[in-house]
Design a binder for this molecule. Structure first.
Ligand code: NCD
Ligand code: ZN
Ligand code: ZN
Length: 458
């Protein structure tokens, strides 16, 4: 805000900006170029100034390092609460997020027990401050219409499962869906949808590998589920989870909704992985479909990248394919894998930043995903010369496996959450400062600010 001239009668004094308490110096992405810049952050961890040269506070100089806004992951399963013996919780999940460059996660409600009532939602919310190392948006599951207004005052958003998947949340009957969509639209909160229509699933013998899983839950079941959802009211704040085909992407885009692709649907296919490590809902698709999806992502036509981090115990993934649970871990490896694609020259850094950080921030309406005054100082330091080979042993997932064993990744060297270092030299050094967050709530329900739709928003 420009300072007003002082000393004139009748003018209020200038509004004092909170002082800059620390300065980050390095290089940032600005209008598609990497340029030197300095970032001034106040005592609350909010960016106050961005300029060529700042003075008057302690500096951290990252030299050639690139400062990027942290990722915002709209889709994780941190399995909290779950019965004793589970391989993930909010602590272990948010440590992996921090190391993978993610400063905030949308945590899904298909826990054990599932988050279907206000009492369970409140218990879940109470667990977050004592456990989380990054910010968490707790979502509630959609069951009946009556429960939606009860959950809405506390939930960060809703998740609707249209088909059975991990967890015990039965999909609603088809005729209930329009009423549910109207009710949710009225709350102004986001609705994330798992869009698979079980009536389009193939019946037959038990699938034995990802190729057969793809045939059993084919792309048509996604399109069929979407046809139902896209009849929802115009002001529904819709985000479609894990879109696997360009056809499905086009349907949501034309409707004007937000949607995500996952790293596994972008990087893995039925010909690249043959065992239950590649079992996931919706299924991995053929190599040809994967390539088409990747081309759209590369072109900036897929608004959001989200991990769908779904850690299942190694023992369960090593059983018979048809008995193994569906889901793959990915919150720690998502950005590193994609940053490596940037290094290899396959995708632009700006395209990745928009999908992993800027558009999820916009969709939620929270001050995330930009290096600009007023935004939270959630920052990564990335050095494209520092590649690391991914292995389950070097990752921090208690589930103990990754479908990306042996792949190369570029892990953030540093990660700062609201101005405080949580990763240093690639090692976790954070404190439990994660907050419970809710998306921006407009006074009257409407779609979110330009809901992360076009590839051109900056
Ligand atoms: C997820 C899980 O395990 O929680 N599994 C999966 O295959 N993606 C649930 C889901 O997102 O459907
Ligand atoms: Zn899902
Ligand atoms: Zn999921």
């Amino acid at each position: 805000m420009p300072a007003r001239p002082r000393g004139r009668i009748g003018r209020p004094p200038p509004v004092e900006e909170p002082p800059v308490e620390r300065i980050y110096a390095g290089r940032i992405l600005r209008r598609g170029r990497i340029t030197p810049a300095e970032i001034g952050v106040d005592g609350d961890g909010i960016i106050r100034r961005v300029a060529k040269d700042l003075k008057g506070a302690p500096r951290q100089d990252f030299g050639e390092g690139i400062l990027l806004p942290s990722g915002v992951d709209l889709h994780v399963h941190f399995r909290d609460p779950s019965p004793p013996g589970a391989v993930e919780d909010l602590s272990t999940g948010t440590v992996q997020a921090a190391l993978g460059g993610i400063a905030a996660v949308v945590d899904m409600p298909n826990t054990d027990p599932p988050i279907t009532t206000l009492a369970r939602l409140e218990e879940k919310i109470a667990r977050i401050p004592a456990r989380a190392f990054v910010d968490v948006l707790p979502y509630a599951a959609v069951t009946t219409r009556e429960r939606i207004p009860l959950l809405a005052p506390r939930a960060a958003g809703f998740k609707l499962y249209l088909s059975p998947t991990t967890g015990d949340i039965p999909p609603p009957a088809g005729e209930e869906v329009p009423g549910l969509l109207t009710e949710i639209a009225g709350t102004g909160l986001p609705l994330h949808v798992h869009a698979e229509d079980p009536s389009s699933f193939a019946q037959g013998k038990a699938p034995r590998e990802p190729r057969e899983w793809d045939l059993a839950r084919p792309p048509e079941s996604e399109e069929s589920a979407l046809r139902g959802i896209l009849k929802g009211p115009d002001h529904l704040r819709l985000h479609v989870a894990h879109v696997t085909t360009t056809k499905a992407a086009q349907m949501v885009r034309e409707w004007g909704g937000s949607f995500e692709a996952t790293p596994h649907h972008l990087l893995l296919s039925t010909s690249r992985i043959r065992n239950a490590m590649g079992k996931v809902n919706p299924p991995l698709r053929t190599e040809e479909r994967r390539r088409e999806l990747w081309e759209e992502f590369r072109a900036g036509k897929i608004p959001v990248l989200a991990s769908d981090h779904a850690p299942h115990p190694l023992g369960e993934k090593e059983t018979r394919f048809d008995l193994a649970p569906a889901g793959v871990p990915g919150v720690e490896t998502m950005l590193p894998l994609l940053l490596e694609r940037v290094r290899a020259g396959e995708i632009e850094l700006g395209t990745l930043w928009r999908a992993a950080s800027r558009r999820p921030g916009l969709f939620l309406g929270l001050p995330w995903g930009r290096i600009a005054p007023g935004y939270e100082a959630n920052l990564l330091v990335v050095d494209f010369r520092q590649r690391r080979r991914i292995s389950a042993r070097s990752l921090h997932a208690p589930c103990g496996w990754t479908p990306y064993e042996g792949w190369e990744g570029i892990f953030p060297v540093e990660h700062h959450l609201r101005g405080e270092r949580i990763v240093e030299d690639g090692e976790f050094v954070g404190r439990r400062r994660g907050r419970v967050r809710r998306p921006f709530e407009p006074e009257s329900p409407r779609r979110p600010p330009a809901a992360a739709q076009g590839p051109r928003d900056r």
